[in-house]
Design a protein around this ligand. Structure first.
Ligand code: ADP
Length: 270
């Protein structure tokens, strides 16, 4: 990796001396490159369903007399439109939390309610694959944070667990107190993640297997959202996984009541 410096030289009044300013721009360059990549990725991800939609619309025009074909292509248009909707929704969510990296209106959030709401929203997909969603350990535990963001993060983790698991398996969502934090984990018996990819899966649009991810309807933004939800709460998300046996994602978030810690101070202690 190269390091970039911006150097400025300015005369110091009429002293005959000069001031030399060297600014390390490596980080700024890196941030710019990440941003450029992101825009390129978003454009690419948007182009694919939009291209498919216009092609399908053309095909329908050509096949106007063929009722069966029109119905079939209209169904595929709906599918592509849904993909576009998910992508835009995820982009909005991501830009909302990424901005300040703080939780806008934190409060005490009962974990069991958030877990149940997240499970409810994933139930249809899970039952389609005969995957049992099990919850446990969350009773009485509360975090200090944003209930909607917590449900969003859990839903993304459970959605993935279901998407990357074979039929007739179990996904377990469990919570436990951990000092000043609460840990919520989502475990599956799915395909697992190769060790070399485990660090990168939280990057926006990174996929271990692009074809499989698209087939499952994934936007490639789910884990980036989970990570930013964790960071905005001052917490973290970690992964344990073994290829062929399954994965466990653990969200560690600041505790409220119920565990060792009281409400964080909102005013300065001084
Ligand atoms: P996607 O929309 O592709 O699922 P995510 O950001 O949610 O995007 O996940 C990134 C990648 O991490 C996925 O494409 C997949 O390869 C991998 N992944 C995420 N969760 C799991 C899991 N529970 N089991 C196996 N692989 C997973």
């Amino acid at each position: 990796e190269s390091t970039t410096f911006a150097v400025r030289v300015a005369p110091l009044g009429s002293t005959g001396q000069v001031l030399v300013l060297a600014e390390d721009q490596t980080e700024r360059r890196r941030v710019e490159a990440v941003r450029r990549d992101f825009v390129a990725n978003v454009s690419h991800e948007l182009k694919t369903p939009v291209g498919a939609l216009s092609l399908l619309a053309e095909t329908i025009q050509d096949a106007a007399d063929d009722h069966e074909a029109v119905t079939r292509f209209a169904g595929r248009m709906q599918h592509e439109a849904a993909r576009l909707t998910y992508l835009v929704q995820d982009l909005i969510t991501l830009s909302r939390i990424q901005g300040g990296e703080t939780v806008p209106t934190p409060g005490p959030v009962p974990i069991d309610e958030a877990v149940h709401e997240a499970i409810d929203r994933c139930n249809t997909k899970a039952s389609a694959k005969d995957i049992t969603l099990v919850a446990g350990g969350a009773e009485g535990l509360k975090i200090w944070g944003d209930d909607e963001l917590l449900v969003t993060a859990l839903r993304n983790l459970i959605d993935n667990a279901v998407a990357y698991s074979p039929e007739h398996t179990r996904v377990v969502v469990s919570a436990r107190p951990a000092g000043r934090s609460v840990e919520v984990s989502v475990s599956d018996q799915g395909i697992g993640i190769p060790e070399s990819a485990q660090e990168r899966i939280f990057e926006r649009f990174f996929r271990v297997d692009a074809a499989r991810s698209r087939a499952t309807g994934g936007t490639g933004l789910g884990l980036a959202i989970v990570k930013h939800v964790a960071v905005a709460h001052g917490g973290e998300v970690t992964v344990w996984s073994k290829e062929g046996s399954g994965s466990t994602f653990t969200l560690r978030l600041p505790a409220f009541g119920g565990t060792a810690v009281a409400e964080p101070r909102t005013t300065s202690p001084l």
